[in-house]
Write a protein that binds this ligand. Structure first.
Ligand code: GLN
Length: 186
């Protein structure tokens, strides 16, 4: 089993460390030819979604990644990654991969005071330490997207078939359960 990690910007190294701990192989996706290699799952890390979206297009990765997800490849998206997946952004006219039936709000907690940690329940996992950094939240789920976690009434984690997206950063904690949940989908 091999995971492709989008590695053009943001917190991809922390996801790599998680996968190393779990004994899963990975490759970094940095350019067009990388996304045309063979791998079984995708990770879209946190960072800056506008920059990541622009680089995916400029580096000729966008169409291939989009069709891999549409064709059912399991994807784990954290923070900016969730913004890349959203079918609609409530406060930005641009969308990116747009494969996840959900409306996402960028910087939903404000830009400066947007970093905090909280322990909350995730369906199928239990209490999880959630770390938020200038995070989005999911304003609305569409179609058959399932809510897996909420914080203060706001949706922070969802699942739609092969797509698992969250506002927070499990890769910045020592808790590997979300990555294990993702690897089980492969
Ligand atoms: N605010 C960032 C964005 O809009 C996401 C923040 C993050 O990934 N930690 O892309």
């Amino acid at each position: 089993m091999k995971i492709g990690i989008l590695a053009v910007q943001g917190a991809f190294a922390e996801h790599e460390q998680m996968l190393e701990q779990l004994g899963a192989e990975y490759i970094e996706l940095r350019k067009g030819e990388d996304v045309r290699q063979s791998y079984d799952g995708l990770i879209l890390p946190g960072g800056e979604s506008t920059v990541q979206g622009k680089l995916m297009r400029e580096l000729d990765m966008f169409d291939t990644i989009q069709s891999q997800i549409k064709n059912g490849m399991p994807v784990l998206a954290t923070c900016a990654g969730a913004i890349l997946l959203a079918q609609q952004l409530s406060n930005d006219a641009a969308t990116h991969l747009a494969t996840l039936p959900a409306v996402v709000r960028r910087n939903a907690y404000g830009r400066q005071l947007g970093s905090f940690s909280v322990d909350e329940q995730i369906e199928g996992i239990g209490t999880f330490p959630m770390r938020f950094i200038r995070a989005p939240y999911i304003e609305k789920v569409l179609d058959d997207t399932k809510v897996l976690a909420k914080v203060d009434g706001n949706i922070v984690m969802v699942e739609n078939k092969n797509q698992l997206a969250m506002s927070f950063h499990p890769e910045l904690t020592s808790d590997t359960r979300i990555h294990e949940m993702f690897l089980k989908k492969i």
